[in-house]
Design a protein around this ligand. Structure first.
Ligand code: PEP
Length: 295
């Protein structure tokens, strides 16, 4: 097989798995996402949107239609309000996963307004968000409560996306790494190494959520690398290398490619832009700049 080296060839993530043999690669380091077999993960968080079932149906099917044979080999999930979960599942035709924006850590009983893992599991949900900064800040969810949610999700055989991230004050005081360390260690307490394949982390600096301010790819990369080092300390390097760490905070079609080119950024958690099928479609179809191509 002949291999040509070309600079700045745009290719899908799936097309760039180093396999050795007679293949040559440029001196540019491949992303560690690929090196460690982490499949990129693009996810949307609809929050308190949209307002009707019809709009949810149209948006979910529009997003699903942006996934085609030319799309990168990515996992895609939409975290949607509970009432739209079944509608969204029926609209996407299995092209992407539909997840819940959160769960109550209790099974049943006197928890008015609560939704349990069994309830969402029974309608086809596998992925659940935990620890989103809006849940922490507006709804007062603590690290202990978030840890209980994570354990419940994992114990019930589902997968959790744990969101972590610092405030603007903390960022300015150079505390991003320390805040993430506390939130990671407390959020994942009790989760075993062999369960980590059902855990994804979303690093979402609070100052970048819904503000239009995206952390530069370099800032995001440095915190992602720090988070991976913390995971290595908590578990081991092999485990840390396998966990997907997504970036979230005003990700747009304009910013996604540069973010996804960072070695430790394995995906994106997208709020505002996931409410627009064209914008989110472009984010799903992100382009990474690579240096080797088969001819
Ligand atoms: C989010 O809600 O997780 C988020 C990242 O929102 P936005 O993309 O709008 O900043």
């Amino acid at each position: 097989m002949k291999l040509a080296i070309a600079s700045f060839v745009v290719c899908s993530a799936a097309a760039f798995v180093p396999t050795g043999g007679d293949r040559q690669f440029s001196t540019t380091n491949p992303s560690t996402t690929e090196l460690y077999g982490r499949k990129p993960f693009i996810s949307g968080n609809w929050k308190l949107n949209p307002q009707t079932k019809e709009e949810a149906l149209t948006l979910a099917s529009g997003i699903a239609s942006s996934i085609n044979e030319n799309s990168p080999d990515v996992d895609v999930a939409l975290f949607v309000p509970y009432v739209f979960i079944e509608t969204a599942i029926s609209a996407v035709g299995g092209k992407l996963a539909v997840g819940a924006e959160g769960v109550c850590p209790h099974n049943s009983g006197a928890f008015t307004g609560g939704i349990s893992t069994s309830m969402v599991k029974s309608i086809g949900v596998n992925w659940v968000l935990a620890g989103h900064s809006e849940r922490r800040e507006i709804f007062g969810e603590t690290n202990d409560y978030i840890n209980a949610q994570c354990l419940k999700i994992i114990d019930d055989g589902m997968s959790v996306m744990l969101c972590i991230g610092e405030s603007l004050d903390e960022f300015e005081l150079d505390l991003a790494g320390s805040v993430c360390e506390v939130q990671l260690k407390k959020g994942l307490m009790g989760i075993r190494k062999e369960e980590l394949d059902r855990v994804a982390i979303a690093y979402e600096p609070i100052w970048a959520i819904g503000t239009g301010k995206v952390a530069t790819p370099e800032i995001a990369q440095s915190v992602h690398a720090k988070c991976r080092a913390i995971l290595a300390d908590m578990y081991d390097q092999e485990a840390a290398d396998e966990v997907r760490i997504l970036y979230g905070g005003s990700v747009t079609p304009e910013s996604v490619d540069d973010l996804m080119n960072q070695p430790d950024i394995d995906g994106a958690l997208v709020g505002g832009a996931s409410l627009d099928k064209d914008k989110f479609g472009r984010i799903i179809n992100f382009k990474t700049v690579k240096t080797a191509v088969h001819v």
